[in-house]
Design a protein around this ligand. Structure first.
Ligand code: AMP
Length: 190
């Protein structure tokens, strides 16, 4: 199963990714998590990403694409992967398509978690209270939502045109959403 998860910040992608990765026994690759781990460890990559993350902007494609390209060479992706937070714009989607085409391992699906705008803000503010993430402050949240609408949302039509898009609602309890995702993905296997 090679799958990309898309959806606005706060749609619960990260949570769903963990359950789906466990279900399919494949790695959950979150570019946001990789950046945060690098920030914490004080690596060059972390330092390059910090100012963009703090402002809710995308880290430049040159940095992000190289990082993902490298991650996709690890042995654990042999049986598939769930990409969470990448691609974040059409240029990244094109790079991903090229990387996978070269390896002759194209994507099986792109799973979109959809959620109304009002619900997104409420969830992000709630998460800010719990996780104390630097980029969950109100003005940064606002910017991340703009960036999502302007730069990331266009990948949804990109993948719809590729015939890869599956949309499911991100509203409801976590177990039901996971079950809906698994059932939507299992229809692909038939
Ligand atoms: P996330 O945890 O996916 O919400 O990502 C947190 C932050 O990491 C984003 O607001 C961006 O600054 C950065 N980031 C994560 N993934 C990407 C990506 N694919 N391209 C550029 N920046 C990214």
């Amino acid at each position: 199963m090679r799958c990309v998860l898309v959806g606005p910040p706060g749609a619960g992608k990260g949570t769903q990714a963990q359950f789906l990765a466990a279900h399919y026994s494949i790695p959950h690759i979150s570019t946001g998590d990789i950046f945060r781990a690098n920030l914490k460890a004080g690596t060059d990559l972390g330092n390059q990403a910090k100012s963009f993350m703090d402002r809710g902007e995308l880290v430049p494609d040159s940095v992000t694409n190289e990082m993902v390209k490298d991650r996709l060479t690890h042995d654990d992706v042999a049986n598939g992967f769930l990409l969470d937070g990448f691609p974040r714009n059409v240029a990244q989607a094109e790079v991903l398509r090229a990387i996978l085409a070269e390896k002759k391992t194209p994507l099986h699906a792109v799973l979109e978690f959809s959620l109304a705008d009002e619900e997104i803000i409420a969830r992000l503010l709630q998460r800010a209270e719990i996780e104390k993430r630097e980029d969950d402050k109100e003005d940064v949240i606002k910017r991340r939502l703009e960036v999502y609408a302007e730069q990331t949302a266009p990948i949804i039509s990109f993948y719809r045109n590729e015939g890869l898009l599956i949309s499911i609602s991100a509203v409801g309890n976590i177990e039901d959403i996971t079950a809906n995702a698994i059932s939507a993905l299992s229809r692909l296997e038939q």
